[in-house]
Design a protein around this ligand. Structure first.
Ligand code: HEM
Length: 456
């Protein structure tokens, strides 16, 4: 679009310029991006800007803005420098690559995520959950609270290993989950700081980060090596990647396979663990929802673990999970770089701007959600969903780059919640302070300490 045309007809984008030269960089470093957005959203509305040095950051909240950037004008909104920090960890995997490289890679990996492939994985999801319950039995005491977030991280990592790579992480699961956690926290902080020392500078944070990457690299390269030595035929994502070619017809390199494995481990376990943790928390705060959920489980399952055949008969379990992700969207924001000048909703967007899409606020938008702060799973019933804007609910994003694991994680939740929930009720430890931590993902800041009560 011609810059002069758009600028002359455009409305003025509401926003603030912050401090001379640096703009809002010091505010974001001090308060974090979420606080900056939250404090401006009240007064500035659905679309507004901040200045970061010479660059502009444009925040988008309206569902039509999401449609514009992720779908209708997606070629103008790219994962360039907005994804640089994540690239330090995952390299060039499906989450970060672009253009023909991305198209080819997505086509290659998509079959592993077809509905039927995931249905076949639900048996492993159930077995991993049963193993977790077995492991909890001697360890859990009703008078000792446990960090449910860390337990969920453990089981979701185990599930990715089993389902996508035919692998039992066993004793490696805790160390790997911790390494992911350290690495993710570090890159989130780098994202918030905007001015960062190079990773080669031996600050305590950089050293911890580099150690966690070394551990993850070793884990992943060992997995690849072990599989190469193994003659047995496997029908999993790792096998697919080992046989796959790139967009030039060459076999994928060891580094590319490493990047895809790290991407899948990371994108596939932390987000789901967060969504499940917040679900347990919300259930502990809403006994009426918990009671209704138990009624569904009692009617359909009568104490046995859930299987793929049960999924269509567990609609309320799905609604509870959807509603938890509305309020606590694990990926609370998404960044893109505007390539050329553009116009969104009558406002001029400068080429080079960083665009931040904010599902956390879209999911609470009063024009699309009645009583938005209320935890009310019934809002996702077919009758209550009728007429809702298609892009008012986007926990998995939308458009071609939407999450490849959306069915995977929804099925996983529908298996795991009843299988665990029929054995234990969790109540919040009153000594534990629940706080949201808006990093790249929306984690519980100090974990989520809850008392486990065995159900009889
Ligand atoms: C509740 C769980 C999950 C949530 C909320 C979630 C959310 C998202 C979101 C919002 C994106 C888009 C990011 C962007 O374009 O900026 C995404 C992409 C992605 N997710 Fe998920 N995700 C979840 C589970 C999973 C699982 C289980 C896997 C894999 C097993 C996975 C793998 C990926 C990958 C590889 C991408 C990049 C896709 C592409 O660009 O083609 N995610 N996810």
């Amino acid at each position: 679009m011609n810059a002069q045309t758009t600028q002359s007809t455009a409305k003025e984008l509401p926003g603030t310029s912050g401090w001379p030269l640096v703009g809002h960089i010091p505010d974001i470093s001090r308060k974090g991006l979420f606080e900056m957005i939250a404090s401006h959203r009240e007064t500035l509305g659905d679309i507004f800007r901040f200045r970061l040095g010479k660059k502009e950051m444009v925040v988008l909240i309206h569902p039509e803005h999401i449609k514009h950037t992720y779908l209708t004008h997606r070629d103008n909104y790219r994962k360039d420098e907005a994804y640089d920090n994540i690239r330090i960890l995952v390299g060039d995997g499906l989450l970060t690559v672009q253009d023909e490289q991305w198209r080819h890679r997505r086509r290659t990996m998509q079959p592993a995520f077809h509905r039927d492939s995931i249905i076949a994985m639900t048996e492993e999801m159930k077995d991993a959950t049963l193993d977790l319950l077995k492991e909890w039995e001697p360890r859990f005491k009703a008078d000792q609270s446990v960090d449910i977030y860390s337990e969920m991280m453990h089981v979701t990592l185990d599930i990715i290993g089993r389902t996508l790579f035919n692998l039992r992480l066993n004793d490696k699961a805790d160390r790997s989950a911790e390494a992911f956690s350290i690495a993710l926290e570090h890159i989130s902080e780098r994202g918030n700081n905007l001015f960062n020392l190079p990773l080669s500078v031996p600050t305590p944070g950089n050293i911890r980060f580099r150690r966690s990457i070394e551990l993850l690299d070793k884990l992943v390269y060992d997995i690849i090596e072990d599989r190469r030595k193994n003659d047995k035929e496997h029908h999993d994502l790792l096998e697919m990647l080992l046989k796959a070619t790139d967009e030039h017809g060459e076999l994928l390199t060891q580094k590319t396979i490493r990047d895809e494995l790290v991407t899948m481990f990371l994108a596939g376990h932390e987000t789901t663990a967060i969504a499940l943790s917040w679900t347990w928390y919300l259930l502990s705060q809403h006994p009426e929802v918990e009671a209704k959920l138990h009624k569904e489980w009692e009617e359909v399952l009568q104490g046995r673990p859930a299987t793929a055949d049960d999924l269509p008969n567990l609609p309320y379990s799905k609604m509870v999970f959807q509603e938890a992700m509305r309020l606590y969207s694990p990926v609370w924001s998404g960044g893109r770089n505007a390539v050329a000048d553009d116009m969104i909703d009558g406002y001029h967007i400068n080429a080079g701007s960083i665009v931040v899409i904010c599902p956390y606020f879209t999911h609470r938008h009063p024009d699309f959600w009645e009583d938005p702060e209320r935890f009310w799973p019934e809002r996702f019933s077919p009758e209550n969903s009728k007429g809702r804007h298609k892009f008012a609910y986007v926990p998995f994003s939308v458009g071609p780059r939407m999450c490849i694991g959306n069915h995977f994680s929804t099925f996983e939740a529908q298996i795991l919640l009843p299988t665990i929930g029929q054995k234990y009720r969790f109540t919040l430890d009153p000594a534990h302070k629940v706080e949201k931590n808006f990093q790249i993902t929306l984690r519980p800041k100090h974990g989520l300490y809850m008392f486990p009560h065995p159900r009889t």
